[in-house]
Design a protein around this ligand. Structure first.
Ligand SMILES: Cc1cc2nc3c(=O)[nH]c(=O)nc-3n(C[C@H](O)[C@H](O)[C@H](O)COP(=O)(O)OP(=O)(O)OC[C@H]3O[C@@H](n4cnc5c(N)ncnc54)[C@H](O)[C@@H]3O)c2cc1C
Length: 307
């Protein structure tokens, strides 16, 4: 029986793994890969202690850090996807996609989230070539350019406001007539001279050669197909937490994020913690996810010592 199973190899899971190794907890870290969501980013400028690092290099540094400290305490089960989490005698049992089973006294869910993709022709082809899912990471790359934001929720409007600081113009496209975003945010964005808001319109195609040059959409009022010339398309269509395996075991919120106590990262189930983007944490960033993982490990360590 392991002390702990960590599910996830992003900043939350890796930070937890480093702390588990130093605290000599017998741990298995199960993840599809080490690095997490920002691995695809070309330059991360806000990882504390590093003014600029590519996502790929950040992932490498996570792996190196884990390898340097893990000894026999932390076993890595990489390339594995957790498909079920169940209560078992003395703790929990976990099954993976390849049929392996692991058991432990405690579990840390750090499985992050996946961005809801823009499922239209050209979106996948131009991902990271103009189509992006992270304004705080990629926004400055589009200084003085015409860009579009897709999504009319708070994330869409906040992204638009953020981009208005450097982009030449921002066109926000929303599929419904009404916005989900707070009226105050909508008002603030609408007042800016460089924003254009197109509502009740459905994006239909991303166009370009090597990089994005435009976006086609259908005006749902008139049925007309229209196009705008943009070099950047910021998709804010929501995120999907990777929590399928935890459904029915721990309490999730309305959008399936694990509810966690922000002081300790405990869930409603004794013995299960959650950290990072898979939780109902308000802000989702690398440093915050890592901090959540550390917080969870401090609490898990004390809990295990009392068992
Ligand atoms: C394109 C992009 C760029 C970003 N850039 C920045 C940035 O510049 N600065 C910043 O602070 N934040 C950035 N973010 C946000 C940041 O990446 C996230 O907040 C952070 O990665 C969350 O970390 P996490 O460990 O909670 O989860 P994730 O990074 O999502 O990691 C989840 C881990 O769990 C694994 N996993 C998922 N499901 C399973 C399963 N069922 N079984 C096993 N393993 C599983 C995954 O393989 C992965 O290893 C960016 C996000 C994106 C999408």
């Amino acid at each position: 029986m392991n002390d702990l199973i960590i599910i996830g190899g992003g900043p939350a899971g890796v930070a937890a793994g480093v702390y588990a190794a130093r605290k000599r907890l017998k741990t298995v870290l199960i993840a599809e890969e080490i690095g997490g969501q920002s691995t695809v980013s070309s330059n991360i400028e806000n990882w504390i202690g590093n003014a600029g690092i590519s996502g790929a290099d950040l992932a490498k540094s996570f792996q190196t850090h884990l390898e340097a400290l893990r000894n026999d305490n932390v076993t890595l089960a990489l390339g594995e996807r957790v498909v079920s989490l169940e209560k078992s005698a003395g703790g929990f049992s976990i099954k993976t996609k390849t049929g392996k089973e692991y058991s432990s006294k405690a579990v840390l869910v750090a499985s992050g989230a996946s961005r809801r993709k823009l499922g239209i022709p050209g979106a996948e082809k131009f991902e990271n070539k103009g189509v992006t899912y992270c304004a705080s990471c990629d926004g400055p790359l589009f200084a003085d350019q015409d860009v579009a934001v897709i999504g009319g929720g708070n994330a869409g409007f906040e992204t638009a406001l953020q981009l208005l600081a450097y982009a030449k113009s921002v066109t926000l496209i929303h599929r419904h007539k009404e916005f989900k975003a707070d009226p105050v945010t909508v008002e603030k964005a609408s007042m800016h001279p460089n924003i254009r808001i197109i509502r009740h319109s459905e994006p239909t195609e991303v166009t370009g050669e090597q990089f994005v040059t435009g976006l086609t959409y259908t005006d749902k009022d008139s049925g007309e197909t229209k196009s705008i010339a943009v070099t950047g398309i910021f998709v804010e269509a929501g995120v999907i937490p990777n929590t399928d395996f935890a459904e029915g075991i721990v309490e999730l919120d309305a959008i399936k994020r694990v509810k966690a106590d922000p002081r300790t990262q405990r869930t409603n189930i004794d013995g299960i913690w959650a950290a990072g983007d898979c939780t109902d944490e308000l802000y989702h960033q690398n440093n915050i996810a890592a901090g959540d993982g550390v917080k969870a490990l401090e609490d898990i360590y004390l809990w295990i010592k009392k068992q």
